[in-house]
Design a protein around this ligand. Sequence first.
Ligand SMILES: Nc1ncnc2c1ncn2[C@@H]1O[C@H](COP(=O)(O)OP(=O)(O)OP(=O)(O)O)[C@@H](O)[C@H]1O
Ligand SMILES: [Mg+2]
Length: 249
Amino acid sequence: MTKIIVIASGKGGTGKTSLAAGVGAALAKQDHKVLVVDGDSGLRNLDIVLGMSDRVVFSFADVASGMIPLTEAAAHHPDLEKLFLLTAPAEPLKSGALTADGMRLLARQANEEAFDYILIDGPAGLAEEYHAFAAVADEAIIITCGGSGSLRGAERMARVLEDDGVMQVRLVVNRIRRRLIRRGAIGTVDDAMDATGLCLLGIVPEDEAVSVAAGAGKPVQSDKARSAAAAYQNIARRLHGEEVPLMRL
Ligand SMILES: Nc1ncnc2c1ncn2[C@@H]1O[C@H](COP(=O)(O)OP(=O)(O)OP(=O)(O)O)[C@@H](O)[C@H]1O
Ligand SMILES: [Mg+2]
C-alpha cells in the first residue's frame, strides 16, 4: 500500500516545501517510488525547488477531479529515477473544489502505480484542503522552527489533523541553530515537544545548503554529518520504520 504523509505547519515559511523535496529525494535514493504533491494551490513552488518547472502541466486537482489520470499528470524527476512530482493548480482552488473522494481517487491510482510514498507539501495555516488531504493521510508531519507563535500554530494544526482522523502526527523541528539553543535564545527541541504534545520525528539544522539547492533546483546534498541533507535522510529512514538515532548538533 502507498503510505501517504501530509506535511503541515501553523505558520508559513517553516520549511514544509524544503522538507518535502529533501525527504522525497532521500526516499527515492533509498529505492522507494515516491510521489511528491505540491498542495499549495495558487502559491506552488515545489516544482521550482526540484528544478522541474518545465515538466509540470497538470495538477493534483486535475487528477482528483478525474479529468487526467495520475500517470499522465505526474512528472518524472530528471535525475532521480524513482521521484515524481504532481504540481498544484496555478490559481487558488475554489471552496469545496477538492473533496475527500477526489483525494481517494488520486490515492487509488498511486497505489495501482506501485508508489511506496506520497508526500503532500501542504499550504501554510488552516487551509480547507487539509480536510481532503487528511482523509487519505496515514501520517502527518508538523514542522516548526520553534518560538512561541510557531509552536502555538503547530499545536493547533496537529489537533485539526488528529480530529480529521490522521492516526499518527509527528514533529520536525527545523532550522536549529546550536549556538542559539546554548544561549537559551530559542526554545529547545524538548520545549517544542512539550508545547505541541507530539513525538519527535527529527530535527533539521540551519543549513544554507537548503536555500542554495532550492535556488539551483537540485536536491540538497552534503557529505557532512550535521547537514540538512543528512537530517532529511535520517527522517526518510524513520518514516520507513528504521530506528535512527537523533543527530547530535
Ligand atoms: N534547515 C534550513 N536551513 C536553512 N534554510 C532553510 C531551512 N529550511 C528551510 N529554509 C529556507 O526557509 C525558507 C522557507 O522554506 P520553505 O519554502 O521550505 O517553507 P514553507 O513552509 O514551505 O513555506 P510556505 O509556508 O510559504 O509554503 C526558504 O528560503 C528555505 O530555503
Ligand atoms: Mg511551501
